[in-house]
Write a protein that binds this ligand. Structure first.
Ligand SMILES: [Fe+2]
Ligand SMILES: [Fe+2]
Ligand SMILES: [Fe+2]
Length: 326
């Protein structure tokens, strides 16, 4: 993560926000990957604010979702200030031990808290930005405390050495598993692509809410697919990752940094072929999977994508009809 402390100009403010945004994209992805790599309902911790036992995996996903909201907030304010939000991401790492992932998650929280809280603004300058970064920073403080409590609980029950699900070279050879990995890459790409347009059209609340709904649907599919992968004997993959001799995987480009579409029409036009492409992959996968729970779930995902195509076709047709729509 780059550092910037002294905020003098609008360019400095946008730079701070984009540094934060590249971090938020990465951690929203990294935390969910860490969560999807560990067992469900196995490790619990006492949450310091909720004052109840929580599943480590489920709360880690929840924190990842908070980071996604931070990304949105940052992207929208950068756009309002006349800047261009970055879709590059900081690096993403997965360790073989659950504990090492939690330790990294705590460290990244503290790093970004410092970025937000140490920024020095001239008094009275960019009040909205100042307020926003302070508000976000206390979400990060909360997250850091949660990760600390998770690690304490793991230590207390002697689970320091507990491992993530290992990627399986054998299972990943199977055609259906390879196709599911491809689908997950597309789901992730579409989730972020929709978010780009939510940010672009944040002034147009009708359009932006509709696109946001589709983005969330893709995130939900991604979440469910990660569970299906475990049932098929594999685990969520980090794109473009290199593995070292200790088993640590690291990727500097875990997701695309550019998404097509520069204005309303070109943005809406890219979505229909992308959705149709994903539909074709689901149809192919469904033809390979036997009747049962997995097939039912995949059929639901396919159904939502068919609905997305219906919505997107009308959004595009209606946008073309109205003169003067920017
Ligand atoms: Fe965040
Ligand atoms: Fe956080
Ligand atoms: Fe879709």
């Amino acid at each position: 993560m780059e550092k910037i402390k002294s905020i003098q100009s609008k360019e400095d403010a946008i730079k701070l926000l984009n540094i934060a945004l590249e971090h938020e994209w990465a951690v929203s992805f990294e935390y969910t990957i860490h969560a999807y790599s560990m067992p469900k309902g196995k490790f619990f911790y006492q949450d310091p604010i909720l004052k109840r036992l929580q599943d480590v995996r489920a709360q880690t996903i929840q924190i990842g979702i908070d980071e996604m909201y931070h990304s949105l907030q940052l992207g929208i304010i950068i756009t309002q200030m006349g800047g261009t939000p970055s879709f590059k991401t900081d690096e993403v790492i997965r360790y073989p031990r659950i504990m090492d992932n939690l330790k990294r998650d705590k460290e990244t929280e503290d790093m970004v808290t410092a970025l937000y809280q140490d920024a020095e603004f001239a008094e009275g300058s960019f009040p909205k930005v100042q307020n926003m970064v302070l508000n976000i920073s206390y979400d990060e403080v909360r997250h850091s405390d949660q990760f600390v409590a998770m690690m304490e609980a793991m230590r207390a029950e002697g689970a320091e050495e507990a491992l993530c699900y290992p990627p399986s070279p054998e299972s990943s050879q199977k055609e259906e598993v390879q196709l599911l990995h491809e689908i997950m890459r597309d789901e992730n790409e579409l989730m972020h692509r929709y978010l780009k347009y939510v940010i672009m059209f944040s002034e147009h609340q009708d359009l932006c809410q509709r696109l946001f709904k589709n983005s969330i649907d893709h995130m939900r599919n991604w979440d469910k697919n990660s569970g299906i992968l475990i049932k098929m004997g594999d685990v969520i993959r980090i794109e473009n990752a290199a593995k070292d001799e200790t088993g640590r995987e690291k990727s500097a480009s875990p997701m695309p940094s550019l998404y097509p579409g520069e204005n309303r029409l070109s943005a809406l036009e890219t979505l229909i072929p992308a959705e149709n492409n994903l539909i074709a992959k689901y149809e192919k996968l469904l033809s390979m999977v036997p009747e049962g729970e997995i097939k039912d779930q995949l059929e639901k995902h396919l159904g939502w994508d068919r609905e997305h195509v219906f919505t997107q076709e009308w959004l595009l047709t209606n946008a073309r009809k109205i003169k003067g729509l920017k």
